[in-house]
Design a protein around this ligand. Structure first.
Ligand code: ZN
Length: 130
């Protein structure tokens, strides 16, 4: 489950970054196209096909913003997945339970006394006895 979260997170992060970069490139190329017409004097004489190109460049520029935002959101979601996965993996490394040497009661490893028989838990003694 944690490994799956890590993999999904890494995939989302990569896709998100790729989408963001794609959005930036799309924005820049659309902006260059728009600037080309803006710098031409007498824009009222712009031909119909040029007007269509300019309009589609403006649409592309607008969409590229959404692509950038979507990519950034995907990357952040990916980071959340990675964070969740990493915390889970670290948590799994902790030994969860141990057995009381006297009464065999199963308890958490951070216990200092056995909750059942009251035996004081000394970690070194346990490992030596086991
Ligand atoms: Zn005990």
């Amino acid at each position: 489950m944690k490994k799956v979260a890590l993999n999904i997170g890494a995939a989302l992060l990569l896709i998100g970054i790729a989408m963001y970069i794609l959005g930036v490139f799309m924005f820049n190329s659309a902006q260059i196209e728009i600037n080309k017409y803006a710098s031409t004097k007498g824009a009222q004489y712009i031909s119909q096909s040029d007007q269509a190109t300019l309009d589609s460049a403006k649409v592309a520029r607008d969409y590229s913003k959404y692509i950038q935002i979507f990519g950034a959101v995907l990357a952040i979601v990916g980071l959340v997945f990675i964070g969740y996965g990493r915390v889970g993996v670290e948590y799994d490394k902790l030994p969860v339970t141990m057995l009381c040497p006297r009464c065999e009661y199963e308890m958490r490893t951070d216990r200092r006394y056995c909750p059942k028989c009251g035996l004081k838990i000394v970690k070194q003694n346990i490992t030596q006895k086991l």
